[in-house]
Ligand binder design. Structure first.
Ligand code: HEM
Length: 148
């Protein structure tokens, strides 16, 4: 599990679920037969979107991305398939290594927190799942951003 492959996995998952949602929208609005595609792909994409955003923040801290690059990474989750473009964009600029930079004595508290997560895999995975579930719940209570 390296910053590069964790980020790539989530970027690709986000893009694939977006493509499924687009397919669902094609069936709903163009073919006009059923809304089931959107009803299934919508929440799956929502979960992938939240997971991608969380992982983007962790990788950005670890790989010491600039604030602008972090914001671009987060914004890339909104237009369809842009996370794949962003992954290539960062890769070309050397922003995705095969090793984690965060150390227990890193300069920033955020990097020390990432180091703690890396050393406590189980807690990190449980924390990730709980955070995704909580944010998904909040998003669903607030109402889907599109089409509600
Ligand atoms: C940038 C983030 C997001 C974008 C761009 C987005 C976009 C969309 C789009 C275009 C649809 C199809 C709407 C339609 O025409 O019927 C949709 C549906 C849906 N989205 Fe999202 N979404 C995002 C985040 C989320 C999140 C965080 C959640 C919550 C987990 C969520 C839950 C849903 C649900 C449940 C539907 C299905 C609505 C229905 O049953 O018709 N989305 N989304």
């Amino acid at each position: 599990m390296t910053p590069r492959n964790v980020f790539r996995t989530l970027a690709l998952t986000e893009a694939i679920t977006w493509a499924c949602l687009l397919a669902g929208m094609f069936v709903k609005y163009v073919v006009g037969t059923t809304e089931v595609g959107v009803q299934v792909a919508g929440p799956i994409h929502g979960v992938a979107f939240i997971g991608y955003c969380l992982v983007t923040v962790v990788v950005a801290i670890d790989q010491q991305w600039s604030r602008g690059r972090l914001l671009l990474g987060l914004a890339s989750s909104v237009p369809p398939l842009m996370t794949v473009w962003f992954d290539r964009h960062v890769e070309k600029r050397g922003g995705l290594d095969d090793h984690w930079h965060s150390r227990h004595d890193s300069d920033t508290a955020a990097q020390r927190a990432v180091c703690w997560l890396l050393r406590h895999h189980r807690q990190a995975i449980v924390g990730f799942v709980v955070a995704v579930a909580a944010l998904t719940g909040i998003a669903l209570l607030a109402g889907p951003p599109v089409g509600g």
